[in-house]
Design a protein around this ligand. Sequence first.
Ligand code: ZN
Length: 232
Amino acid sequence: MTYTIFGEQFTPKFSLPLGGELSPEDFITIDLSKKNPDLLNGTTDDVAGLHAYVFGKIEAANAKCAYGGYAEKRDLYQRSSHFADSEDFRSVHLGIDFWMPAGTDIVAPMPGRIHSFKNNDNPGDYGPTIILEHHIGNEKIHALYGHLSKVSLPGLMEGQLINRGQKIGTLGIPDENRDWPPHLHFQLIKDIGEYKGDYPGVCHKKDKKYYLENCPDPLVFFENSWSKKMVS
Ligand SMILES: [Zn+2]
């Protein structure tokens, strides 16, 4: 399977960014878009409710991880003023989320360098965040890891080399990850501009074309051995 990225044929070769032993049966997809009727009754409007919903789905499926969310239009950002910085709230999700317990190891899916890191501490924001820089052919791509634990950041250095599979952090609890059930926000960014340790993870509908082009679907970069529900 190959894809054209930056005008070059590219065979997916990212491994999973999650540590531990995981098999394809451990993954389920989850829909957090406004199309999901389960989200309309108000029970998922706070952290505890959303946690119960997502981790209840995982438990019911006897799985370990729920994932999804690229280009999803979500209403759940209305609860945070961080997303209401313009005429309407931001709602289009630009990465993929992997919902797993706090403390889960996060590992680099391919060799790279630390581009930057920061604790984005606004309510509803990423909390501790690391951005890695990877090379694909002659091009650079950045991978943002959001909602990490605070202990993930001390000791990191910009430019530091990171091997494939190397642990870069762990998933944070809601107090650290700025009020979310534990999950990794994983987002690819072609042109990161002047951003350091941060980049919009959700955009306005009107800016969707630019951001989805600049932030390609991470699922097409992953080797397809880890989930039966991968892109085919
Ligand atoms: Zn996310």
